[in-house]
Design a protein around this ligand. Structure first.
Ligand code: MRU
Length: 378
């Protein structure tokens, strides 16, 4: 049962958001649990931004799966957080009074985790969070009641969320040191509070560089085809009052040539053991351009984004999305009927193009297998 006193929120106007939210500390959360183990998950529906701010309520694991698949919640760490809460929702169908036998509970846990794992393939944070939830449950198996297991799994999901916020803050502080004073910083996709528990990955670095008085100017790629840069990054940068300029993806080379960019920084969805990094489609091109213009290219990502089981980026699964995202973006047909389309959502930037990876444990520079293992403490 959902407690009656839980607050109901309706859509806020853009102006209401802008007047209440000026920093990542006070920003609305991409994913937030309401209530106890019988509660529900609130998500900002990111597909509606920047024109509509609407919080949706997920009360079933199927609704969480759909929200991840459709990018209502997106960004590697936020996907992991939503999936962890999705596990809690999935377990609500198991009665907690069947104390003497936990078979149904653990069968459902496996089913729910396997189901959520099919929502999107590239961001490893999804699988990392699902593994962590399953390991937590296994560690408690046989030593407590099913009711307590449900509560402890909810606590684990909340811990994943709060740890992510702390990691993002740490990355922001460490990475800000690397940002050139008075420089232009180019970023791609959305890596802010919307993509994480709070602060963001690359956008956290940008936030702290700004806060620490570096006097930076941000350039944000619009990020075709789903426009996470235009719709979401510019929305967050505006709230944080950071000087920023939107460009089309195809303008990056020219803007670099004009001398407006002194550093490029993005997030990542999965980083292989050798540092090859998958991120939003277009990132690899930016890294090549940065190299050609002698501009440092950085990645900011928490340890939950590293997949040390993969030796190189060649093994990272790349999501392919529907052709309509390219031919009919946001309801406007922009290509003839029946054209052949290729729509990979991510690409892999080779480690040699990355100046440094910033994670919560510090700065990995140079980006080598040994250095990654050392900084991650593996
Ligand atoms: O398809 P999306 O919007 O989930 O892609 C997100 C990105 O590519 C981000 O750059 C990435 O998750 C890292 S930052 C949180």
């Amino acid at each position: 049962m959902i407690p009656a006193e839980l607050p109901k929120r309706t859509a806020l106007t853009f102006d209401e958001i802008m007047s209440t939210t000026t920093s990542p500390d006070t920003q609305f959360r991409a994913a937030r649990w309401q209530g106890d183990h019988a509660g529900y998950l609130e998500l900002i529906d990111q597909t509606l931004l920047p024109t509509t701010f609407k919080i949706i309520e997920c009360r079933t694991v199927e609704e969480v799966w759909e929200a991840i698949k459709k990018l209502r919640v997106r960004g590697a760490p936020a996907i992991g957080i939503a999936a962890a809460y999705g596990v809690c929702l999935g377990l609500q169908t198991v009665p907690a009074d069947a104390e003497e036998d936990d078979t149904d509970f653990f069968a459902r846990l496996k089913e729910v985790a396997e189901y959520l794992a099919t929502s999107r393939p590239t961001a490893v944070n999804l699988f990392w969070a699902l593994d962590r939830m399953q390991r937590k449950a296994e560690s408690l198996r046989g030593s407590t009641s099913l009711l307590d297991l449900k509560e402890q799994l909810l606590t684990e999901a909340k811990t994943i969320e709060s740890e992510d916020q702390a990691m993002c803050e740490a990355m922001g502080q460490a990475g800000a040191e690397l940002m050139p004073a008075g420089g232009g910083i180019l970023t791609h996709c959305n890596t802010g509070g919307l993509a994480t528990a709070a602060y963001g990955t690359a956008l956290s670095v940008i936030y702290f560089a700004h806060k620490n008085g570096k006097g930076i100017q941000v350039f944000a790629d619009e990020t075709r085809p789903l426009l996470q840069g235009a719709r979401l990054t510019m929305w967050e940068l505006q709230q944080w009052k950071i000087p920023s300029t939107l460009i089309c993806d195809s303008m990056a080379a020219q803007v670099m040539k004009e001398g407006k960019i002194q550093a490029v920084i993005t997030g990542a969805d999965r980083i292989a053991a050798n540092g090859d990094s998958a991120n939003k489609i277009g990132t690899y091109g930016l890294a090549v351009l940065a190299k050609a213009h002698n501009i440092p290219f950085y990645i900011a990502a928490p340890s939950s984004t590293f997949d040390l089981s993969l030796a190189s980026g060649d093994q990272i699964p790349i999501e392919e999305r529907a052709s309509e995202e390219i031919t009919c973006g946001y309801g406007k047909q922009t290509a003839p009927d029946d054209v052949q389309v290729y729509n990979p959502a991510f690409d892999v930037t080779p480690a040699e193009l990355i100046q440094a990876i910033i994670c919560e444990h510090g700065v990995i520079d140079p980006v080598t297998t040994d250095n990654i293992a050392k900084v991650l403490g593996k």
